[in-house]
Design a protein around this ligand. Structure first.
Ligand SMILES: Nc1ncnc2c1ncn2[C@@H]1O[C@H](COP(=O)(O)OP(=O)(O)OP(=O)(O)O)[C@@H](O)[C@H]1O
Length: 356
């Protein structure tokens, strides 16, 4: 397995890129740990597949280098990079048996047959297809075929990394959950470096140790699920992760306090900002307390979602979502207070601290 260094990588599909907007990938400069499980998460078109293809060697970046364990592989072919890939749709040999499909990548690399047999049988157990070993792949369901694709990616233990591009798209929801848990277990057991592309936050948060959130061709945050939830580096992360997402309110800073409309909240450490910065206050719906004390809000709607309620309200002329538990009393003259630990201050969409 390998440590992956993305050294000032940028990519434009068109010739002669000039503006930032000409780049599908703006500037990616990061190091990913050997044995880490990374999920690339972001909306359609943000550059996830572009970055994955640069890592796999399917695409040459317009600028920058890519290194595996410190060795420059920018010019090395996909095959030479020694990585396994699992795509959105199953890539398997229909006329081969399930067993032979899994054995194929090992036999290709001249692994001794006894070792092939051991690894294939172990993998058949992991992907729960042991009873199907001698069946031709042709007659299998889409789920089963994709399990074979996953198995083929995971059966080799000499790869530098395994790359997954939305591999569970064709899988039904229950099986998705099962396969995701299996992937996590396999990762713990074998310590592969895994990079997993998805636009589904649940998938990213359950699979990865580190979630790489992408937005408009940039990595806006790399963090654990807890970090993304508690301290979103960019307002987009706050909005994209969580359901409902973070409330983002236009604000002003005033020495040691932040002001939203006519409301003022004290801050312990005043964030560093420049004159002219666009200031916003971010607060997740889970960090807002609803009751009879605090700042006035106008409630417009209450949604029951099992044991929690989402309260939609208006605060200083702006929409505000509040998560309350099912027993919270909602008074007619409702008021709110923001948990100081949940307050984030943003300047031009980037977090600049701000715990009160
Ligand atoms: N072959 C190509 N030629 C020109 N533009 C491309 C090409 N492939 C992707 N793009 C553009 O580059 C940007 C990033 O696309 P990319 O496929 O990397 O995004 P993504 O996050 O993987 O999206 P999705 O989730 O829809 O697959 C998009 O604006 C897309 O239109």
């Amino acid at each position: 397995m390998a440590r992956i260094t993305l050294d000032h990588i940028r990519h434009a599909y068109g010739a002669n890129p000039v503006a930032d907007s000409d780049y599908a990938l703006r500037e990616v400069h990061h190091e990913w740990n050997d044995g880490g499980a990374y999920a690339l998460l972001g909306p359609s078109g943000c550059g996830k597949t572009t970055l994955l293809n640069i890592i796999s060697g399917l695409l040459q970046p317009s600028h920058g280098r890519i290194l595996f364990d410190g060795n420059d592989v920018t010019e090395v072919s996909t095959q030479g990079r020694n990585i396994a890939q699992v795509f959105q749709f199953p890539v398997i040999y229909d006329t081969m048996t399930v067993y032979d499909n899994l054995a194929f990548p090992l036999r290709n690399r001249k692994v001794p047959e006894a070792e092939v047999d051991k690894r294939v049988r172990d993998m058949l157990e992991i992907i729960d297809l042991a009873d199907w070993a001698d069946r031709k792949a042709r007659g299998l369901t889409a789920d089963q075929k994709q399990k074979i694709s996953l198995g083929r990616g995971l059966v080799r233990n000499d790869v530098n990394a395994i790359l997954f591009d939305e591999p569970l798209t064709v899988i039904d929801p229950h099986m998705k959950w099962v396969l995701r848990s299996q992937l996590k277990r396999i990762h713990k057991q074998f310590g592969f470096t895994m990079v997993y592309v998805t636009h589904d936050q649940t998938e990213a948060l359950t699979f990865a140790d580190k979630v790489v959130v992408m937005y408009e061709g940039e990595i806006v945050q790399i963090g654990t699920p807890a970090e993304l939830f508690e301290k979103p580096s960019h307002t987009f992360v706050g909005y994209f992760i969580g359901s409902p997402g973070m409330n983002v309110l236009p604000a002003q800073l005033n020495e040691r306090s932040v002001v939203v409309g006519s409301q003022r909240m004290d801050l312990n450490v005043p964030p560093k900002t420049k004159l002219g910065d666009r200031i916003e206050l971010g607060i997740r719906p889970e960090f807002i307390h609803l009751g009879r004390e605090g700042m006035p809000v106008k409630i417009s709607r209450i949604e029951d979602i099992g044991r929690r309620r989402i309260v939609r309200a208006e605060f200083e002329g702006k929409p505000l979502a509040i998560v309350a538990d099912e027993n919270t009393e909602i008074p007619a003259e409702a008021r709110v207070s923001f948990d100081p630990a949940g307050i984030n201050i943003y300047a031009n969409s980037w977090r600049v601290g701000g715990e009160a």
